[in-house]
Design a protein around this ligand. Sequence first.
Ligand SMILES: Cc1ncc(COP(=O)(O)O)c(C=O)c1O
Length: 450
Amino acid sequence: MTQPIDTAHLWMPFTANRQFKQKPRMLVAASGMHYTSDDGRQILDGTAGLWCVNAGHCHPKITEAIRRQAGEMDFAPMFQMGHPAAFESATALAAIAPEGLNRVFFCNDGSEGVDTALKIAIAWQRMRGDTLRTRLIGRERAYHGVGFGGIAVGGIAGNRKHFGPTLASVDHLRHPLDIGRNAFSRGLPDHGAEIADEFEQRLLALHDPATVAALIVEPVQGSTGVILPPKGYLQKLRAICDKHGILLIFDEVITGFGRLGAPFAADYFGVVPDMIVCAKGLTNAAVPMGAVIVRQDIHDDFMRASAEGAIEFYHGYTYSGHPLAAAAMVATMGVYRDEQVFERAAAMAPYFEDAAHSLRGLPWVKDVRNLGLICGIELEPVPGKPTARAFDAFLKCFWDKGVLIRTTGDIIALSPPLIIDRAQVDQLFGAIADVLKAQSAAPQTMESTV
Ligand SMILES: Cc1ncc(COP(=O)(O)O)c(C=O)c1O
């Protein structure tokens, strides 16, 4: 028999540590659409890990590229030095980015990508003589990672309240979730585009547009429970930014690389931002990597503004463009292209939508919202026990149904690998339906979670 694992020393991220350690949920292997748990069960991955394994787990071509690179050159500095794979990967990324966005700054994850983009925005405005433009605008319920920049523009109270004032000069736009008017919308909600007008009418009127450097938004808010942009909403934000010289940053950490059936949400919506932050699916999550894809003229302004021989942007990470990440990334782009992974997602989206909306009418389900291969299922909370209902469903899906889902508050958020097939879509939503029915038939069996 294998030794039980000592769980005492690891302080787990975004986890109820004490509860987890009483009954650990351990994953030990992965392939394609499945994990293997330590008790030998196959677990259907309804969340692509954490919205990141878009091409499915342990893709042999990606694994092989990492193995080859690890044997050839483990690390090379990118400060005043270079290595071919980093340049090759930037070229590969620029090739699938929206037109005009073709300069790439590498980092290690989404949080660093957000901080990098915010710094580029403020530095660029200053470089052009707009020294007053230091204000950053985010949105309520936004998730932009956990750096101080990211939590400042982010809008999840729990992620902010313990950490002091974060950045000065930040404000937030109201989020567009409106279940009252949009419940059970299929795809983009009809109502709420006018909330974008508040950016101009309230925030810019209050602060003076001449003080605002950038607006950052997730085209689809994911971590906070799937909040979709109402029809026309992102277009309005783009127009307001253009009118007032404000940079628009799309945080595409979860929407990048095919989640909506197009390379980026920018392509899906036909709204091109000035910078895109991406990570996760960038390497199919096999090696950590993040990137900011920047409009060429913004990059070129940095090049022009400094004396020849000077460093143009005082920013970077030891592991920017790490060889293993770069190799994984080039291989991942090849897999996405050769196996038409984004096209597969687009083709599966209508079936996924139907399956998602088949949950309508089940106990506790107060909204279902979906786009591409994203779905949010919002549940009525247990009175006085917020989060308990959804978390119980998560536990039962894992232990009883062999299905991995993710929850935030009382919302189930689904984001499977983009290679999911119809039978697996049925299994995923079938498991959730069974669990909700069982909860309703025998509420006393709910595992206590709060
Ligand atoms: C929209 C968005 N931005 C940023 C991040 C942070 O990424 P990371 O956890 O890689 O730092 C996430 C993570 O889920 C995200 O969803």
